[in-house]
Write a protein that binds this ligand. Sequence first.
Ligand code: FES
Ligand code: FES
Length: 194
Amino acid sequence: MTDLSPIQVIVNGRVRAVRVTPHHTLLEFLRDDLGLTGSKECCLVGECGACTVLLDGRSVDSCLVLAVEADGGEVTTVEGIAAEGRLTLVQQAFLDHGAAQCGFCIPGQIVSAHALLAANAHPTRADVEEGLAGNLCRCAGYEQIIEAVLAAAGRYAAASADHGTAARARAAGSPDPAVRLDPAATPDARLAPQ
Ligand code: FES
Ligand code: FES
């Protein structure tokens, strides 16, 4: 009988404790044990990016990470990206640009896009191409996906500028609601570009 190892992982802000076999992958833990099927199972060899999640803030192919390696860590899946059920600016931009065709690759693309923008708030087109290079799209919707990520970067920059204006207005004692930041613009501060 295979030994089971206890692990404890914070997944989308919630502590999860289970016992897993040594060869159980993070992807299996998320999909099979937790029922979080947004991370897709596809190549299982780290080539397609469909299983991308954030592990301690870094994007990883969850099919290549053992569940025991995530013990003590913090994982964000695509289900945890949209805090309180509100779409992030990245997700909204994907919708606005028709970036999802069959949709199979989209969870991984969304997670990678958030990781990219968290690291680089003002990416060039080349930066986006490089940042999403590990996420394959069999529908070949790359152009719309790149446009969506660039648009999201612009929207985050605009929201950030509004936030700065609102902060300065508050410091000056202005209650003008017109300069307040829309709280829906950056629903999860951990995932918004800094
Ligand atoms: S399923 Fe993990 S990279 Fe393809
Ligand atoms: S939208 Fe179909 S695989 Fe990307």
